[in-house]
Design a protein around this ligand. Structure first.
Ligand SMILES: Nc1ncnc2c1ncn2[C@@H]1O[C@H](COP(=O)(O)OP(=O)(O)OP(=O)(O)O)[C@@H](O)[C@H]1O
Ligand SMILES: [Mg+2]
Length: 382
């Protein structure tokens, strides 16, 4: 069986050609040894050459020049220069500028020549394999990115399309419940009431998904205005007080009013506070919730924290929280409802303000969800 030619030798001396041919006879790879540069070029075009060894001093072309030609056409091929003592400086320069991988001085030592060639083949295999892996990875990455973009586009379009019919269902239910199209009995009213609650839930979910996809693809602009953050916190706390009280929980604020006016998007920060307070109320059975702020002018930010005396979160679960659709209880067991988008949205919003959000918690004792907002603008450009 003929061996695959992997190594090419170019030398103008026939005796050298004969010598290397004999030397490599027993190797697993085939070699082609020639005195003709044209034959060498032909072989490079036809065979899967991994290593080229060229003599430096030849009548038709200098070795360094021939190897440069090889480099341009076949950049991965490993190039070795055969040199006599007098050509040493040419070889050194070629190595320094990366034209050749090694040089072998003549007369060669058999063992050294064999091992250099074997190493060079290994070198070629390694480099090309790495390159192929990298290309494969890049391609897979590109495909994934395209799929992700498509999925985002799809989610956003579908969510949009769902909103209109949902709004019309809600209007229809409202008309009937409000008895604007005739009398209904209490049982019918109750059934429709449940339907309306579910429509509201679905609407919230669609709004959340749309918000997140927009934020993730940078399509949601924040509307920053310098405003009183403490007034906004008070308003949200006030609005949630009834829910907390109805569950037997207290809800209080401890605000550090020293600095109040900071730039933020009030609708979005209200969304963050509503989710953090909503979560705190949902996951607390006894005690209550305290919203605190701390001014840190030296660090150019204020810290807002929502403390609860609820069930807390284990160390292992902490890292999951800010990812989409992550809930600690499985949806079937989670009696509190929700979809696990709230904290992912909070994180996007706070990040777009140039802040960060984190949680500290002790199972059985409670949790504190904290976020910081810059006092002076330091936002991530959208
Ligand atoms: N204060 C808290 N105490 C204990 N666990 C919490 C608290 N806040 C959040 N969690 C856990 O983190 C999960 C994710 O919260 P997140 O606000 O993202 O989703 P959700 O409240 O379940 O649903 P959504 O906010 O989308 O309506 C919750 O399901 C809960 O398991
Ligand atoms: Mg939530």
């Amino acid at each position: 069986m003929s061996k695959e030619i992997q190594v090419l030798f170019l030398d103008d001396e026939e005796s050298i050609i004969d010598g290397v041919q004999r030397l490599f006879m027993r190797e697993a790879f085939g070699i082609l040894a020639t005195t003709s540069p044209d034959k060498a070029r032909e072989a490079l075009a036809k065979e899967k050459i991994k290593v080229v060894v060229s003599d430096q001093r030849m009548p038709e072309i200098a070795g360094v020049k021939f190897l440069r030609e090889v480099k341009e056409k076949y950049p991965d091929v490993v190039k070795i220069l055969f040199t006599g003592y007098t050509d040493f400086s040419a070889a050194e320069e070629a190595i320094n500028i990366g034209e050749v991988y090694r040089f072998i001085s003549k007369p060669w030592k058999t063992a050294e020549l064999l091992s250099t060639i074997r190493q060079s083949i290994e070198h070629y295999d390694l480099v090309t394999r790495d390159k192929a892996h990298k290309e494969e990875l890049e391609l897979a990455n590109k495909r994934l990115k395209a799929m992700y973009e498509m999925q985002k586009e799809f989610t956003s379009t579908v969510s949009h399309e769902l909103r209109t019919p949902l709004a019309s269902i809600k209007t229809a239910i409202d008309l009937v419940i409000k008895k604007m199209v005739g009398e209904i009995n209490p049982e019918q009213e109750e059934i429709l009431g449940r339907a309306r609650n579910n429509v509201d839930r679905l609407k919230r979910l669609i709004d959340d998904i749309l918000d997140l996809t927009k934020m993730e693809s940078g399509k949601l602009q924040m509307n920053f205005m310098t405003d009183d953050i403490h007034r906004v916190i008070q308003e949200v706390a006030e609005a949630q007080k009834d829910v907390a009280h109805s569950r037997g929980l207290y809800l209080k604020t401890e605000l550090d009013n020293q600095i109040s006016k900071i730039p933020f998007d009030s609708d979005r920060i209200i969304q963050v506070l509503n989710n953090l307070l909503g979560n705190a109320i949902k996951f607390t059975k006894q005690g209550g919730i305290t919203v605190k702020t701390q001014n840190k002018p030296a660090e150019n930010h204020i810290v807002v924290s929502v403390h609860d005396t609820g069930k807390g979160i284990t160390e292992a679960d902490l890292s999951k929280l800010f990812h989409k659709f992550q809930q600690i209880e499985s949806p079937e067991k989670n009696e509190e409802g929700g979809t696990g988008l709230g904290l992912a949205i909070c994180k996007e919003i706070v990040t777009m303000h140039g802040g960060k959000i984190w949680v500290e918690s002790k199972p059985g004792e409670g949790s504190a969800f904290n976020f910081i907002l810059p006092i002076q603008e330091r936002r991530i450009p959208v």
